[in-house]
Design a binder for this molecule. Structure first.
Ligand code: ADP
Length: 221
């Protein structure tokens, strides 16, 4: 195995999703091996990424030659080519790579990737679509749903009934079931909120709670 294996990540497929992901990993200090079957795509990203290679990742020999079997983290970002996505993922599973993320374009695709052995399946378009619905419907400025138990974090304007009093006195938690995690005054940076924090008109909050509770709280604004 390689040294500092957690910092070395192989990304397969450099479409919109894979190239954004690989670029962010590099900016975060990871050492990335990025692979795509199309030379033009690889060339386009070669400057930005640590190591790049042109290969058909449905071929186990090509993967071995690139040392892919030695990685402990891999992302399969092939979306539309279903067969390539499934075959590539199953080869990584056969190699025994312990952390495999795979992108799916549909729930059925996602189920197959799970069956094949992917450890994490992401559905970027479905997830973003769902999140965007919350932004369009309600008063939320940003919204993240954490998979389990429909727990959510939302960025929202402060409701009038919370103005002028310390958060501890507003009964936001007992009444709405949400916790104010962070607060931002106009022109200032976010800072964590405490029971003593006083909310003013124009403040932006980050609140946590079940998705229903968070939605209800945001409707107050
Ligand atoms: P996005 O929707 O994120 O743009 P795509 O599914 O369009 O994703 O792109 C996936 C990338 O995966 C493409 O650049 C394509 O060349 C690459 N790809 C597809 N099949 C293979 C394969 N067998 N081996 C390596 N790369 C592949």
């Amino acid at each position: 195995a390689r040294n500092d294996a957690a910092n070395q990540i192989v990304v397969i497929g450099l479409g919109r999703f894979g190239s954004s992901l690989a670029g962010e990993l590099v900016r975060r200090g990871a050492e990335v091996l990025a692979i795509d079957a199309r030379p033009t795509v690889v060339q386009r990203h070669a400057d930005e990424l640590t190591h790049t290679a042109v290969a058909d990742t449905t071929d186990p020999e090509s993967l071995r030659q690139l040392g892919v079997h030695q990685f402990t983290r891999a992302v399969v970002a092939i979306g539309t080519e279903l067969e390539a996505s499934i075959l590539t993922t199953s080869l990584l599973v056969d190699f025994g790579i312990p952390n495999i993320w795979a992108k799916a374009t549909s729930h059925q695709h996602g189920r197959i990737l799970e069956r094949v052995g992917a450890h994490h399946v992401v559905l970027p378009e479905h997830e973003m679509g769902k999140n965007t619905a919350h932004l369009v419907m309600g008063r939320m400025l940003d919204y993240i749903e954490l998979e389990d138990e429909h727990y959510a974090l939302a960025k929202t304007r402060a409701p009038a009934e919370a103005f002028g009093r310390p958060l501890g006195d507003t009964r936001v938690r007992s009444k709405y079931g949400v916790t104010v995690v962070a607060i931002k005054r106009p022109g200032q940076a976010f800072t964590y909120a405490t029971a003593e924090t006083v909310v003013h008109d124009g403040d932006i909050l980050v609140v946590a709670g079940s998705s229903d509770q968070v939605e209800r709280f945001a409707e107050l604004t």
